[in-house]
Design a protein around this ligand. Structure first.
Ligand SMILES: Cc1ncc(C[n+]2csc(CCOP(=O)(O)OP(=O)(O)O)c2C)c(N)n1
Ligand SMILES: [Mg+2]
Length: 546
């Protein structure tokens, strides 16, 4: 069977199980778009390549299979790069397909020509340019494999225009397999020995590769052994937060009591995370390179073990493989009291004190918890995220889509992807006024594809995180952090979404009800007191040096 390159490529995407892709179209890859004309793959066209790439990244987080993003050369590729960066930092499988100038024009700096190998070199696991139409099945299969193998991450494939237009009788590749290591029996024996001697053990869950089954396997293991476990930065859905073993998130704004427990643990069982700067409180909870705690580091990437932290027991294993292997592992536990004490500290931490102003975010989140407990919650970056990370309770995997890369603008496109992948779930995007407007135009995408997400915009009239640091380092010297905002509710309505402004806490529950019942995308604009900079303190207290 002879096929043109564009059709051959889209057939490969289907062979590997892709049913949904994201794009902003470009004339550089019309052949690829045309290949989708008769394909079973659903295509969601976004309004900005950053959003298309972020949505594809969120798809990767949700499914464990590569998110597919298609963009045009030069400007399209550069705009998409933020999603590639997030996929890299967050260890998410992603394939970015980029149009490229025709082979006969290469190296002339032709229109929008970029050398993607150099541009994406440090941002992607692998970058290639497909120079021959016959090799499309081979290289696409490799892209899926590389994106998912070991530590997952992004792959970029550049597609010269002429290659996509050539005919080939190459056969489809077989469907790719996800390659992940399993723990060796000797590793499990060493783990048992280490845990048996432990007095203050703590588990820390995160990284990529989780599944509902892995999360449940891990819960059984932790609960049966009375082991307390924290979740790494923005990986709070790895363990049901109602589990008696769950003791809180180890990220930005960590509970000081939990930070002390991480520091004082004698054995740390780290399953999945790289142990990056955000999870280690700036590499202070664990010393580099050899932590005081006896470290068991379970990670699927051989290159990651020993890169920053030299574990006493490094275990090369995928997360699901490790969780399955320890589900039935029992050590003689004597940790019940310590586990219960750590859990009680979390329950204290979940109590919020009233914040200044007429809208209290802690109270609003309590309403959300009650009304949509199983929602998928998405966010980008900013101080408003500290409230949702602290006061939301994640119950099942996957239910959190949040960039460990700290990229603003992630929440709306991630919500679009989540609703497209899981239409039966409620999807709530928790965003800030600065954060939201980086990708707010994707409300148009949500409306166009009939994806009724609920976006909550926490408006404090500023880039609050930066203002907070500014007031700390340069009190009273405000520069570059004020925002004059549009009427967000009217903005939403202009897209055909439901939009409302909430000025008082008691208006939130009925507004949420109307948003959930709107049958279309909805936005709730929460005006908060700018002094309420985070759940722990106020801007005026920071300015005063408190
Ligand atoms: C793409 C991107 N640009 C800039 C930053 C730096 N940054 C981190 S938080 C923040 C402010 C976020 O403002 P907003 O969404 O209003 O949240 P707030 O802190 O006010 O709650 C900025 C500018 C970032 N993390 N990502
Ligand atoms: Mg703000």
């Amino acid at each position: 069977m002879s096929r043109r390159g564009g059709k051959l490529l889209t057939d490969q995407l289907a062979v590997h199980g892709t049913e949904l892709a994201f794009c902003v179209p470009g004339e550089s890859y019309l052949e690829l778009l045309d290949g989708l004309y008769e394909s079973s793959i659903r295509l969601i066209t976004c309004r900005h390549e950053a959003a298309a790439a972020n949505a594809a990244e969120a798809y990767g987080k949700l499914t464990g299979r590569p998110g597919i993003c298609m963009v045009t050369r030069g400007p399209g590729a550069t705009q998409a790069s933020v999603g590639v960066h997030t996929a890299f930092q967050d260890s998410t499988p992603l394939i970015l397909l980029v149009g490229q100038v025709a082979s006969s024009q290469e190296e002339r700096e032709a229109f929008q020509e970029v050398d993607y190998r150099r541009m994406f070199g440090p941002l992607a696991k692998w970058v290639a340019q497909i120079e021959s139409v016959d090799r499309i099945p081979e290289l696409v299969a490799r892209a899926y494999t590389v994106a998912c193998a070991g530590r997952p991450g992004p792959v970029v494939l550049a597609l010269p225009e002429d290659v996509l237009a050539q005919e080939s009788d190459a056969a489809d590749a077989p469907r790719f397999r996800i390659v992940q290591p399993s723990p060796a029996p000797a590793d499990l024996e060493s783990l048992r020995a280490l845990l048996t001697g432990a007095e203050r053990p703590l588990a820390l869950l995160g990284g990529a590769g989780w599944t509902p089954q892995a999360s449940d396997d891990m819960r059984v293991f932790l609960e049966a052994n009375d082991l307390p476990a924290g979740a790494a930065f923005r990986r709070q859905d790895t363990l049901d937060n109602d589990s008696p073993s769950y003791v809180g998130d180890v990220g930005i704004g960590i509970n000081p009591a939990l930070a002390a427990r991480v520091r004082d643990a004698d054995v740390l069982l780290v399953v999945g995370p790289r142990l990056g700067e955000m999870t280690t409180s700036g590499y202070s909870l664990l010393d580099v390179p050899r932590p005081r705690q006896r470290l068991v580091h379970v990670h699927p990437g051989a290159e990651e073990l020993g890169r920053v932290y030299q574990a006493e027991l490094p275990i090369l294993s995928g997360t699901t493989q490790f969780a399955a292997a320890v589900r039935d592992l029992r050590v003689a536990p004597g940790w019940r009291e310590a586990r219960a004490a750590a859990r009680a500290e979390l329950e204290d931490w979940w109590e919020h004190r009233p914040m200044p102003g007429a809208v209290d975010l802690g109270d609003c989140i309590a309403v959300l918890r009650e009304r949509v407990p199983d929602a998928i919650v998405t966010n980008g970056a900013g101080n408003h995220t500290v409230w949702i990370h602290r006061f939301w309770r994640f119950h099942s995997f996957p239910s959190q889509l949040a960039p460990t890369s700290g990229a603003m603008g992630y929440g709306v496109p991630a919500a679009v992807a989540a609703k497209a992948v899981a239409p039966e779930r409620t999807v709530v995007c928790w965003s800030g006024d600065g954060d939201f407007l980086m990708s707010g135009a994707e409300l148009a995408t949500a409306v166009q594809y009939d994806l009724p997400i609920v976006v909550i915009v926490v408006d404090n009239g500023m880039y609050g995180t930066i203002r907070m640091h500014q007031e700390r380092l340069f009190p009273g010297r405000v520069v570059g952090t004020d925002l004059e905002n549009p009427d967000f509710a009217a903005y939403a309505r202009a897209f055909g979404a439901h939009g409302e402004t909430v000025e008082r806490t008691d208006e939130f529950a009925p507004a949420l009800e109307r948003a959930l019942g709107a049958g279309r995308p909805a936005l709730l604009h929460l005006r908060i007191d700018p002094d309420a900079i985070n759940p722990r303190t106020t801007l005026s207290a920071i300015r005063a040096g408190a």
